[in-house]
Design a protein around this ligand. Structure first.
Ligand SMILES: Nc1ncnc2c1ncn2[C@@H]1O[C@H](COP(=O)(O)OP(=O)(O)O)[C@@H](O)[C@H]1O
Ligand SMILES: [Mg+2]
Length: 354
């Protein structure tokens, strides 16, 4: 085998951890030259990867070749996108987003229960209560926040190699839906999900925030695990509807968060009841007492009940969430009460830790 072949063989043993692939297959190796006992090449480092580690691993691999004593690697590309001050770690060793005080997630056992509706309206309510708020659409499989916020077609600007969230209703928003064509299917494998979350957390300029709200996809999969590993979640809010099927799934979601030491701030029961706009009569169409039952059974707080609200359905099409459209509606007041309670609990817990 020629020297050049040996060099490539060895470089193929160097794995880029965020993708799990070797640096040669990823096309990160360029301009390889051998001169006597010296190898030189250019290594382009992808967003989110650790340049020093890759360089070290590549050097180590090449020095194993007989007759190679000097390895000179030039790092190229996007290395600068990670100024170290934004990748601080906190006491737990997890990433800290400078300027962001608290991060909490909105989760659910299953889809369609109104998780994104709750995330959007809780974010706007927190803003109305005077907090600085960001909303990260973590539902990378089915991003719905851009439509709810009327942001379709808007593309986040990049400044100093950082994505700038798009601002609407006073909330800073980022979503994969702002970067891809609508209805483009993406196959998200675990490592890619992790990388996407990493970029949305750390390669974005969130500025100063009191709360960063994360809208999770339904269930308990890779995205939830990635977020929990990457940042210190102050807590999770779980959304359910009163039906028994939804409650069975929400138990699973609560247990997962508890198992992974994420504080469950409480449960929001969505589509709890319908109030007749004419006579004011309340009907509990989907059953009742589910939230109360969860409280007894699992010790989680019932943060509030959101009524079935035709304005909410409409707002999905118009891009104006109910809390922005009509802040004094019954649903908006319910969201505001829930948002205030979430803020109170998270801030209280943060103080008790200090
Ligand atoms: N309280 C509510 N009243 C009426 N419709 C609602 C309510 N909450 C959610 N919806 C509707 O239910 C559908 C699913 O909501 P969404 O927030 O997208 O759920 P998820 O994020 O859990 O999949 C949407 O069409 C939304 O407008
Ligand atoms: Mg959703």
């Amino acid at each position: 085998m020629g020297k050049m072949d040996q060099v490539f063989e060895k470089l193929k043993e160097v794995i880029e951890p965020t993708t799990g692939k070797d640096i040669v297959s990823l096309g990160l190796v360029k301009d390889v030259a051998i001169e006597g006992n010296k190898v030189t090449f250019v290594l382009s480092v992808p967003m989110g990867a650790n340049a020093d580690e890759l360089r070290k691993a590549a050097r180590h691999a090449l020095l194993q070749i007989d007759g190679i004593d000097i390895v000179s690697i030039q790092i190229e590309g996007k290395k600068k996108i990670e100024p170290p001050k934004l990748r601080l770690t906190d006491e737990s060793g997890k990433g800290k987003i400078l300027g962001v005080k608290h991060i909490f997630a909105i989760g659910s056992g299953k889809g369609g229960v109104g998780k994104s509706t709750v995330a959007a309206n809780v974010a706007i309510s927190l803003k109305q209560l005077g907090y600085k708020v960001g909303l990260f659409d973590g539902d990378i499989y089915g991003p719905s926040i851009p439509k709810m916020f009327g942001l379709e077609g808007m593309i986040p600007r990049v400044e100093n190699d950082k994505m700038l969230p798009v601002e609407r209703y006073g909330v800073k928003v980022l979503s994969i839906g702002l970067m891809i064509e609508e209805d483009t299917p993406i196959i998200w494998r675990g490592p890619l999900v992790h990388k996407a979350y990493q970029q949305f957390f750390f390669d974005a300029d969130w500025g100063d925030l009191d709360f960063l709200v994360v809208d999770f996809p339904p269930g308990t999969g890779d995205p939830q695990i990635s977020a929990i590993q990457l940042v210190n979640l102050s807590g999770a809010v779980v959304v359910t509807t009163p039906q028994e099927v939804a409650l069975a799934d929400v138990r699973k979601a609560i247990r997962m968060f508890q198992k992974m030491s994420v504080d469950v701030v409480g449960v929001v029961e969505n589509m709890s009841y319908f109030r007749c706009p004419k006579c004011g009569h309340v009907s509990r169409i989907f059953g009742e007492g589910g939230g109360e039952e969860l409280k007894k059974e699992m010790g989680v707080e019932l943060l509030g009940e959101i009524p079935i609200e035709p304005l909410i359905v409409k707002s999905g099409d118009t891009g104006v969430p109910v809390t922005a459209y009509d802040p004094e509606s019954e649903a908006s007041k319910a969201f505001r009460k829930i948002a205030a309670r979430i803020a109170e609990k998270i801030e209280m817990k943060a103080k008790s830790v200090l």
